[in-house]
Design a binder for this molecule. Structure first.
Ligand SMILES: C[S@@+](CC[C@H](N)C(=O)[O-])C[C@H]1O[C@@H](n2cnc3c(N)ncnc32)[C@H](O)[C@@H]1O
Length: 273
């Protein structure tokens, strides 16, 4: 079905070129919105949002605002990325301001890059309003510090999802002091566990699965890289935090998970997954 049949395209008003705000909706809890995001939503005319944006956040938009869900439902895309880009440009030609609302932060696994490129090409002004990305919401819910300086020195935000271009994992950059946050881990934890083990991570390295972080249905499950395969799947959206910090008891974790040969680097040869 053509995009015009699904979502009516606005009639362009002459010479008006509005501004598009790419806004981060945070992980779920509306109190985690930035003040700027809340202000822009309260005055919104039109909001194009992803399916991940919580109802509580959507409830903060102006009652007069037109809300358009351009996201995925039950794995099915409502609109393609090209259609969303075209819609943004088209609305910018007929409205003073257009809000593109994305879960978490727009620049983290949010396809903001493609939308920015389309806006730039069309000469549309835009502004990014950052949001709390899911990794930070999940760490807060689990009550852990992602960069606990005693045992962590870097955070790696990644995904195994094959649908995301450029998602190949550079295992060479993962060290014993890396906290790895895996977005979109998928339904098959056994496969995730296998890939982490193949990457050289120790089986007893702690990990925590956080589902619906900061939302009313949030769940936290403590596990380890080896045990992960036996864990029951938690509802989406969920992510995985892997590393020494991903434990209820970080005291005394010291060197226990990594042999001396593994301490500095999991692998000297980056592998492509
Ligand atoms: C397409 S990515 C979008 C990430 C988003 N831009 C961000 O910064 O959080 C979607 C993935 O983010 C993670 N995610 C988003 N919201 C989450 C939440 N409330 N709790 C746990 N994971 C979440 C899940 O891994 C989900 O599959």
């Amino acid at each position: 079905m053509a995009i015009q049949e699904r979502i009516p395209l606005p009639a362009p008003r002459s010479r008006l070129m509005g501004k598009v705000y790419l806004i981060g909706a945070g992980p779920g809890d509306p109190e985690l919105l930035t003040l700027k995001a809340a202000r822009l939503l309260a005055g919104a005319e039109i909001v194009l949002h992803d399916a991940l944006v919580s109802n509580e956040v959507l409830a903060m938009t102006s009652p007069a605002a037109e809300l358009i869900n351009v996201g995925k439902r039950a794995g099915h895309k409502l609109l393609t990325q090209d259609e969303i880009n075209a819609l943004l440009v088209s609305y910018a030609k007929s409205r003073e301001s257009v809000i593109r609302l994305k879960g978490g932060d727009p620049s983290i696994f949010g396809r903001a890059g493609e939308e920015i490129e389309a806006l730039r090409k069309a000469g549309v002004d835009y502004e990014i309003v950052p949001g709390v990305t899911a990794a930070l919401g999940a760490a807060a819910v689990a009550g852990i510090s992602l960069t606990d300086r005693r045992i962590a020195s870097q955070i790696l935000l990644s995904t195994f999802s094959r649908r995301v271009d450029g998602s190949a994992m550079d295992w060479g950059s993962v060290s014993s002091t890396t906290t790895l946050v895996l977005y979109m881990p998928g339904a098959d934890y056994a496969e995730v566990s296998e890939r982490l083990l193949e990457g050289g991570l120790p089986a007893d390295l702690p990990c925590v699965i956080v589902s619906n972080a900061t939302g009313s249905r949030q769940q936290v499950r403590w596990s380890s890289v080896g045990q992960l395969s036996a864990e029951e799947r938690l509802p989406a959206p969920a992510l995985l935090i892997v590393g020494r910090v991903a434990s209820r008891d970080v005291q005394g974790l010291g060197e226990s998970f990594w042999g001396s040969d593994q301490k500095d680097r999991v692998s000297q040869q980056p592998s492509v997954i």
